[in-house]
Design a protein around this ligand. Structure first.
Ligand code: ADP
Ligand code: MG
Length: 369
């Protein structure tokens, strides 16, 4: 799959933009706060139906304007697809594919596969469990509609149950209604656990050879799913810990407490394994994150049978030369849009000059023109 072009109207700091993309690498070069990430956000939004920064629609509309438009042309399996997105200030957004309006965003997911990589992704190993869960959920929700549905339902049920736990403290007669929420949670939660299990195990397999290469053969990395509870025991656990939950007024058991650990075996350590979240050096943690991110691209390819488009937001400058080279090497067959605040980091890598653009105050032109 490739993205052929994008048109923006009153999106963020772009008043009007038309940009064609080629296969291969497109580089967006510019100072800070010129609109580089905004453009990636538009591409990501048109592909994945949400802002990678978690922005609300009204925040992405150009200041003083009431609506924004994005049009993206995509070529997939020799078919042209036109995606139109219409953001409105106080109303829900409109989406159309080839001119046909869509009711549910769910129907549209999977049409365009896109992986975004930002400097925050390099932090996932050392950040908390919530960030790691978010990493897994983001990808799974895009790849797996059943997961997306279970995830949304679970989130809703969890909110309701937590609210109920609070209400029960002054309305004890509500206790009977807990049963049905427990069942909802267990139903969708078990689905989440099983799918996360499969996903993390697949991701771990793909990560292994990548990490071995990235670490010069010195380290071996496995991802381990640290689930808070087993799928088939979840309902039972909820009942067992109900008193505790009533006291704490929140749900203490379930996949919303899951984590993933990054287990490293290194030359120095012998067979002793080390948890990179806790004991990894900063360099090791970042390399683990890079390996997992590259594995994610492979996994999307495997599961969708299609090459995703890769968006790299300011990550190259965060990596040393060796890892930059490796990254650029491994993406050379994938359409990629890279943002950077200087072209020096590409000096040692050959790239097509015609695909370098300068971004300045919401305007984009060919580099050097
Ligand atoms: N809704 C908006 N309308 C107009 N300008 C915006 C809007 N949202 C953000 N901006 C501007 O976009 C700029 C940041 O763009 P961004 O793409 O994040 O920069 P960078 O080039 O560093 O990646 C800021 O100057 C900000 O004022
Ligand atoms: Mg930026």
């Amino acid at each position: 799959m490739i993205i052929k072009s994008i048109d923006l109207l009153d999106f963020r700091n772009y008043e009007e933009l038309h940009l064609n993309f080629d296969r291969g690498i497109t580089i967006l070069n510019g100072e800070n706060a010129q609109g580089k990430t905004n453009l990636l956000e538009a591409v990501y939004l048109a592909a994945c139906c949400r802002s990678h920064r978690g922005a609300k629609d009204r925040e992405m509309i150009r200041f003083q304007k009431d609506e924004a438009h994005i049009r993206m042309l995509v070529q997939k399996d020799n078919r042209d697809i036109r995606i139109d997105l219409h953001l409105k200030k106080d109303k829900s957004r409109g989406i159309a594919v080839n001119g046909v309006p869509l009711r549910k965003t769910r129907d549209y997911l999977g049409l365009v596969n896109c992986v975004l990589f930002s400097p925050e992704d390099l932090q996932i190993v050392k950040e908390g469990p919530a960030e790691r869960r978010n990493f897994i959920d983001t990808e799974l929700c895009l790849l797996d509609k059943i997961y997306l549905n279970s995830y949304m339902q679970y989130k809703k049920a969890l909110e309701q149950r937590n609210q109920l736990l609070k209400d029960i403290s002054y309305m004890p007669e509500l206790q009977d209604t807990l049963d049905s929420w427990d069942e909802q949670l267990a139903r969708y939660g078990s689905e989440i656990i099983l799918r996360r299990e499969e996903f993390i195990s697949d991701l771990s397999e793909i990560t292994k050879p990548i990490h071995e290469k990235l670490s010069g053969g010195r380290e071996s990395l496995s991802l381990v799913y640290e689930k808070n509870t087993e799928a088939e025991k979840f309902l039972q656990e909820l009942r067992k810990t109900r008193d505790r939950d009533l006291r704490a007024k929140t749900t203490g058991t379930g996949p919303h407490r899951d984590d993933v650990s990054f287990i490293l075996k290194t030359e120095n350590q012998g067979e002793e394994a080390l948890d990179a979240r806790i004991y990894g050096s900063q360099g090791q943690q970042r390399t683990c994150a890079l390996s997992v991110k590259l594995a994610e691209i492979e996994l999307v390819k495997l599961r969708t049978g299609d090459e995703p488009v890769l968006l790299l937001d300011d990550v190259l400058s965060e990596l040393d030369t060796l890892r930059q080279q490796y990254l650029l090497e491994s993406i050379k067959d994938i359409q990629t849009i890279i943002t950077c605040t200087g072209l020096t980091e590409f000096v040692s890598h050959p790239f097509d000059q015609s695909q370098v653009y300068d971004v300045e105050k919401g305007r984009i032109r060919k580099h050097g023109e």
